[in-house]
Write a protein that binds this ligand. Sequence first.
Ligand SMILES: CC(C)(COP(=O)(O)OP(=O)(O)OC[C@H]1O[C@@H](n2cnc3c(N)ncnc32)[C@H](O)[C@@H]1OP(=O)(O)O)[C@@H](O)C(=O)NCCC(=O)NCCS
Length: 119
Amino acid sequence: MAAMNWRGVVLFPRQPETLAVVNIAVAEPLRRRGVATRMVGFAQERAAELGMRRLKVGTGSTSFEALALYQRCGMRMTRIDRDYFLRSYPGPTHEHGIRVRDMARLSCPIPVDGNRAEW
Ligand SMILES: CC(C)(COP(=O)(O)OP(=O)(O)OC[C@H]1O[C@@H](n2cnc3c(N)ncnc32)[C@H](O)[C@@H]1OP(=O)(O)O)[C@@H](O)C(=O)NCCC(=O)NCCS
């Protein structure tokens, strides 16, 4: 990945059967070429290899690109963590001219042994 100047994806086991994407970013000149889609695909494959049942991610409610990406990758919203960013980050942050306050949490089931995954 580094050789291609991609950014990367960080994965963490969370609950016993859940793998979490905690950070994913693509260098600006390489965006809109399917790089992040491939990274999410890698995370889904890795989750299956590890026997995980679910992949989850959290992103700002104002991170429209990321929200589109994750839903294009088959993830669905599970809940909104209100004021997450006010609690977790010092100082106000804005995205698209909107104060970043709330965290949208999304997840998708991971197929087991090639069987269709259940929501
Ligand atoms: C979000 C991010 C990782 C997407 O990376 P990417 O490699 O450009 O994403 P992809 O090319 O795989 O895009 C997949 C789909 O996501 C959606 N998408 C991605 N960027 C978008 C944008 N700027 N506007 C609208 N939709 C977008 C589209 O549906 C896209 O499919 P399409 O290109 O066929 O229309 C990248 O914009 C980024 O690094 N942003 C800054 C960091 C960040 O917000 N990370 C998420 C934190 S959780």
